[in-house]
Design a protein around this ligand. Structure first.
Ligand code: XIL
Length: 390
């Protein structure tokens, strides 16, 4: 079995990769830096440029534009990723916290960096129940606005935002996380309460009006899982039946080391593919930390006991488990040509949201690069998997 073979000869594989690619990586890294980048040298010369390991999937990362102040991080981002997603800066509360007052500066900065380095930008996100100002869909008492006013607010937000980034954003996560975890269909959100179930269709129509050339995606978590995927399929099929442009289903891909199982993920992916949709993995990470207790960002110190076991780094066996899990997931992706993008939710372990979620202030290790921007065993496994599938 190739996976076992690869894992068992892993230390050797690292050396081979490191020596095989160091020259090309240094060269490609310099080329990738291009105009506007500092002359900072490549922070991880032993790592070949990740996105160049494949022409099957676009490889992306989420980041905050202020992180680009660090020249090493800027060089890292320019070298390894072909697609950038702003982690927070295009969310409704970042762009129009106060009604009618648009604050595009931070998002514009990320777009300018991407343009200078020949990278695509994914807009994230036009409509979401989280990180959105209340005035969009609720009155001052927290009651739903009348449908026509809520629709006007949503239309104006989407037209202004997608209009501002027209021609600069490859595609939009138009609606994020609309599927209910426990309920029969859609999540109970301010937009649903004010507008009704067709708010999703309306959002896609408004986005298309504002930027007819932009790709449009529906994005959500766990929609590959058995409990949620039929509801998500229903939504994207309703969008298509309504005549909306929909270019891909975005599966967030916030996975754990031990779950969900590969079979469940693949069955979910296939459900969308068989229905004729492209699939993007939009926010990938693999969390190796324990999840137990009631979770949430506010667990007390007592509850935290035992939940932060790798403050000094991942033990080698867990590092290897992470590498194997990443390899298996990429092998799965590569079995399906309809998966055309994989975006990591963060550039390196130090900048992952999983240091704060679901428990605040832990030391997490969910990505391919460590806190020093050095490639982890998982990085080399992913590169090898991508190259094998060329
Ligand atoms: C996260 C950001 O990474 C954090 O910085 C922020 O505090 C909360 O949101 N699903 C999504 C993303 O669609 O927008 C979330 O991003 C992670 C979960």
């Amino acid at each position: 079995m190739p996976l076992v073979r690869r894992s068992s000869r892993f230390p050797l594989a690292v050396c081979v990769h490191a020596s095989r690619f160091v020259g090309a990586a240094a060269l490609a890294g310099c080329l990738a830096l291009g105009a506007g980048a500092s002359s900072t040298s490549d922070p991880n010369p032993d790592a070949p440029p990740l996105h160049r390991a494949t022409d099957r999937v676009a490889i992306g990362a989420a980041l905050s534009p202020q992180d680009l102040d660090d020249p090493a991080l800027a060089a890292h981002v320019a070298k390894h990723f072909a697609v950038l997603t702003p982690g927070n800066e295009m969310k409704p509360d970042a762009l129009q916290r106060e009604q009618g007052v648009f604050t595009f500066e931070r998002a514009d900065r990320l777009v300018a960096f991407a343009q200078a380095h020949g990278q695509d930008v994914i807009g994230h996100t036009l409509v979401w129940h989280s990180q959105a100002p209340k005035w969009l869909f609720e009155d001052e008492n927290g009651d739903p606005l009348p449908r026509d006013i809520a629709l006007d607010n949503m239309r104006e937000h989407i037209h202004a935002v997608a209009g501002h980034f027209r021609g600069k954003v490859k595609g939009w996560d138009v609606v994020n996380e609309a599927i209910s975890d426990g309920g029969p269909y859609l999540r109970d959100t301010p937009a649903l309460r004010a507008i009704g179930e067709d708010y999703v269709i309306k959002a896609f129509q408004f986005a298309h009006e504002a930027d007819p050339d932009a790709e449009l995606y529906f994005n959500d978590y766990n929609i590959e899982r058995e409990y949620k995927r039929e509801k998500a399929l229903r939504l994207v099929e309703e969008l298509r039946d309504a005549g909306c442009r929909i270019d891909a289903v975005g599966i967030q891909g916030h996975w754990l080391l031990g779950a969900p199982g590969l079979e469940e993920i693949e069955a979910g992916v296939k459900l969308f593919i068989d229905a004729g949709f492209e699939v993007h993995i939009t926010e990938m990470d693999v969390d190796p930390l324990p999840r137990r207790g009631r979770g949430g960002a506010d667990v007390t110190a007592v509850e935290r006991e035992g939940l932060d076991p790798y403050q000094d780094g991942l033990p080698p066996e867990v590092q290897q488990q992470l590498a194997t899990r990443y390899a298996e997931l990429f092998e799965l992706f590569l079995r399906h040509p309809q998966i055309t993008r994989v975006t990591f939710w963060g550039t390196d372990d130090g900048r992952s949201w999983l240091n704060y979620f679901p428990v605040r202030g832990r030391t997490n290790h969910p990505l391919l690069f460590d806190r020093e921007l050095q490639p982890k065993p998982a990085f080399f496994e992913v590169v090898e998997t991508l190259q094998d599938a060329r």
